[in-house]
Design a protein around this ligand. Structure first.
Ligand code: SF4
Length: 151
């Protein structure tokens, strides 16, 4: 285990850092993620911090419908996140392409063809409570499994 991973494990016991990437949305799901930060849902009360620095992230939220313009870029972003890590697809777009999945578009769902997706939160858009629940449900499980595997 590297020093970075050791440090990360230490701080992870108290917090989950979340980065998010929008690969082509209508911004509806972005607004729901931002609503998680507002006082009504107050995501930070659970020790979840949302920012856009993949090098400090534990969880990547993927929003929007994937198109070939993201070829290599999303995978590169995923590679920048140190292990252990987990990605969650937020909304119908990264799952099925939603309303953008039409014959005349270049939308190429699902996003799980490009990076491993641990959980999906369907909806157009999903509620902030569903986003919160997915992060709280998936992140600790994955980190726990990782710790077991590393022993
Ligand atoms: S799932 Fe719906 S709300 Fe979310 S980005 Fe796609 S079209 Fe917009």
């Amino acid at each position: 285990m590297t020093l970075l991973q050791s440090l990360k494990n230490l701080v992870r016991s108290k917090s989950i850092h979340v980065a998010y990437v929008d690969v082509g949305s209508c911004n509806g799901c972005d607004i729901e993620v931002l609503a998680c930060l507002a006082p009504r849902y107050d995501i930070e009360q659970y020790g979840i911090y949302v920012h856009n620095n993949p090098r400090e992230a534990d969880v990547l939220l993927v929003i929007g419908a994937y198109t070939p313009g993201w070829e290599g870029k999303l995978e590169g972003l995923w590679e920048k996140i140190p292990d252990p890590k987990v990605a969650i697809a937020i909304g119908n777009c990264p799952i099925s392409g939603c309303l953008f999945a039409r014959p005349h578009t270049l939308v190429d769902p699902p996003v799980s063809k490009h990076i491993p997706i641990a959980a999906q939160v369907p909806g157009c858009p999903p509620r902030p409570t569903e986003i919160l629940s997915a992060i709280l449900a998936v992140a600790p499980t994955v980190f726990e499994d990782y710790e077991v595997r590393k022993r």
